[in-house]
Design a protein around this ligand. Sequence first.
Ligand code: ZN
Length: 439
Amino acid sequence: MRYDLVIRNGHCILPWGEYQTDIGVISGRIASLDVPGDADAGEVIDAKGLHVLPGLIDAHVHLRDPGKPEVESIPTGTKAAVLGGLTTVFDMPNTSPAITTDEMARWKQEYASAESWTDFAFYIGATRDNTPRLGQLEQMDGICAVKVFAGSSTGDLMIEDDAGLEAVMRHGHRRVAYHSEDEYRLQARKGMFSSGQPCSMHMVWRDEECAFLGTRRLMALARKTGRPAHILHTSTAEELHYLQGYRDIATVEVLVNHLTQVAPDCYDQLGSLAVMNPPIRDRRHYEAAWKAVADGTIDVVSSDHAPHSLEAKARPWPDCPAGLTGIQTIVPVMLSHVSAGRLSLGRLADLMASGPARVYGLQAKGRIAAGYDADFTIVDMKARQTITNDRIVTPAGWTPFDGMEIIGWPVMTIIRGQIVMRDDTVCGEPRGQLARFTP
Ligand SMILES: [Zn+2]
């Protein structure tokens, strides 16, 4: 038996626990978890002292492509992803133009297949016009889910009313991903605020009830229709508790920001660079999010990487756009939480590999197991690094974590047996492929 690649001596995060073992790769797939010492190999990586995780996935990014290459694009965003230890990303549809038609989906399939550094999947945006076709659109290659903006969007992409949401749920059968903030409450409260107020007003405007009301409405409709739902960026203690009663139809995402930053400090320190939707809230919600990591409520942790230029961010609140960069920093920041004892590497692999695979029906990825794609994130839990703006390759060029000292760092990214990042340097050419899903 000749292996293309053997990873020796690593502490491997297998689905059934952490073991020091040797992983053999043939033709881009995991061929063995017990490679004989004298086995023939094209390349050998000595992972002594390192941890080998299943390839980590960021299931929620906005790569702004097409539309804003000066801020981000698929080539730059996926390069940032592999530098940050990610092997697959799921990209959102609210681009210009939006990804809501067969034609735009085909364009994205071809473009991402040529230009993405990571393996790649993308959402199809739900509109009132395309609702009858969603059952077909969700079956296209590379589609991870239908995305519905039930609030907080513009133009065609918003479906805020119960009848419109129910119609989406009645077309197609795969799990639907929701931005859950109640648009009516958001609009009703907007007039209470004025330009130039402190950025901390963002969480007062978009209060807990905006998110919780949106989620209650979605759960009522999901129960009524039986359509599985994924609540993106859950941000309140109330929702995290409530969703435990809906595990028959609902899965739950929380963002790294809501596990890392706390109001009002984040607004005092970062101003508009902390403004995102749903907002970063106070310590009660931060603690509820960590409790939900510990008790299994949360299925997926993502970045919601949503870059804006510093010029746009410099506008006074609420005219500054909401959204932060995060694709390059999510793995280091989560590793720092592991180092601080807030979760285990096994739980991190659950939240960023097997969790996204389970929620979206991703095939042949998300676990280290024979026959699966040979995607690995290799990390050095002893490494000490500092996140800085000048390390960010996203053209927007900034991170809300500038200056954050990290213990634990991704040192190698391997996708289908190919080393694409080693010691903070990308290797080779973009060779990403479309991810595959259960139909
Ligand atoms: Zn988003």
